[in-house]
Design a protein around this ligand. Structure first.
Ligand code: GAF
Length: 384
């Protein structure tokens, strides 16, 4: 939905012009999965799909939230009374941002918000991070807080972890806040240092497809939290602050020290090898060998499927079918347990691959997948 439509929706709803209109994108992650809560490396890029918010500042202690995408009216809350854990449905995300800003000492007294989003929900493409970041950026501007993107990302993560209660890492919010058009974001999640890596697949005759399996996932559910707790246990058993501190060269020795902790061993092996895969992809992209990224993606999928165990039959079917039909590489993207896969392919093969995946889904009796091309797009910004 465009800025004008969201602005018009705001006027219809609240009877006045908004102070401004902002946008924040969803993301795909090229490589680096379940590494962000282990202080490791990730490499997402922003999608063209965005959450758009028309927002006005209020001084009277009222917070009014409305989404064009959700049935139901305006949700009215008081910034003074926001309490972590209160279940306000979708409104918990923007409300959580207001709570996190105020909890960090920023004088946010209230706002009128009208939102609409084109980021598919439940598809592993960070629709919730886009909602959080667009509201954080709007309030940052309207209250002249002067916070940089990485700091807004930290506050949005706190909103999600503490207010909403989902134990996610920092990747999605940072991607939404900090990505740049035409680039993937190489992010060190320990200190949030960043490097923008140019990524122009079309210029090299390639495409990146997103295949949304339409199997919805949820991060407040138990499995994500269990993986995170297992990683923390692994780090504690190995005597390191985070699994990021286990060197790739020392992986075999570290695994041997874990003795009969078979499940922890698998988690550790995924995280340590995945960090190495991110660094390998950065080297390949920087040396112009983009095609060679494909097999690294497929290797990453096997690790997520067999060691970290966060894939599902639909994601495995996308990856297996695409690779067998000639893709350069493929893997699940995001948290897993459903959601989306990415497929790196020669441009000439896109139609054949899409058809192969659609036919495989039909033959398996699965709901038809949604396939679209992803081009690295702009991060969060003010539209008007
Ligand atoms: C989800 C989480 F929100 C991220 O923080 C990250 O852990 C990802 O799953 C897995 O890489 O998107």
């Amino acid at each position: 939905m465009g800025a004008q439509q969201v602005r018009d929706g705001f006027i219809e709803l609240y009877g006045t012009e908004p102070d401004g209109v902002w946008a924040a994108p969803g993301r795909v992650n090229l490589i680096g999965e379940h590494t962000d809560y282990n202080d490791g490396f990730v490499m997402p890029f922003a999608l063209p799909h965005t959450a758009v918010a028309a927002v006005s500042r209020r001084e009277d202690g009222r917070l009014r939230l409305h989404s064009a995408d959700i049935e139901g009216g305006v949700v009215e809350l008081e910034p003074d009374s926001l309490t972590p854990g209160s279940d306000d449905g979708w409104a918990s995300y923007p409300a959580g941002v207001v709570w996190a800003l105020r909890d960090a000492g920023h004088p946010v007294t209230g706002a009128d918000v009208h939102l609409a989003s084109t980021v598919p929900t439940g598809a592993g493409l960070s629709s919730s991070a886009a909602l959080e970041v667009v509201v954080a950026l709007a309030l940052n501007d309207l209250y002249e807080l002067g916070l940089p993107g990485w700091q807004l990302a930290r506050l949005c993560q706190r909103a999600e972890n503490v207010y909403v209660g989902a134990p996610t890492g920092i990747m999605d919010q940072t991607a939404s806040a900090c990505c740049e058009s035409g680039h993937a974001l190489f992010l060190d999640t320990r200190d949030l240092s960043q490097k923008q890596i140019p990524l122009d697949l079309a210029a090299e005759g390639m495409r990146l497809l997103v295949v949304d399996t339409q199997v919805t996932h949820a991060h407040s559910g138990g499995e994500y939290g269990k993986r995170r707790a297992g990683c923390e246990k692994g780090a504690a058993l190995l005597g390191v602050d985070a699994l990021r501190d286990v060197p790739f060269e020392g992986l075999d020795a570290a695994l041997a020290r874990l003795g009969d902790e078979e499940e922890i061993r698998r988690l550790v092996r995924h995280v340590v090898t995945e960090d190495e895969r991110v660094e390998r992809v950065v080297r390949l992209l920087e040396s112009g060998d983009t095609r060679a990224v494909g097999p690294v993606l497929t290797e990453g999928h096997a690790s997520l499927r067999d060691d970290f165990r966060v894939s599902c039959p639909e994601l495995d079917l996308v990856v297996g079918t695409a690779v067998a039909a000639g893709a350069l590489g493929a893997r699940m993207t995001g948290g897993g347990f459903g959601g989306s896969a990415i497929v790196l392919a020669d441009a000439a093969d896109v139609d054949t691959l899409t058809k192969a995946v659609e036919e495989a889904f039909a033959a398996a009796g699965y709901k038809a997948p949604r396939v679209f091309e992803a081009v690295p797009s702009a991060g969060a910004r003010r539209l008007s």
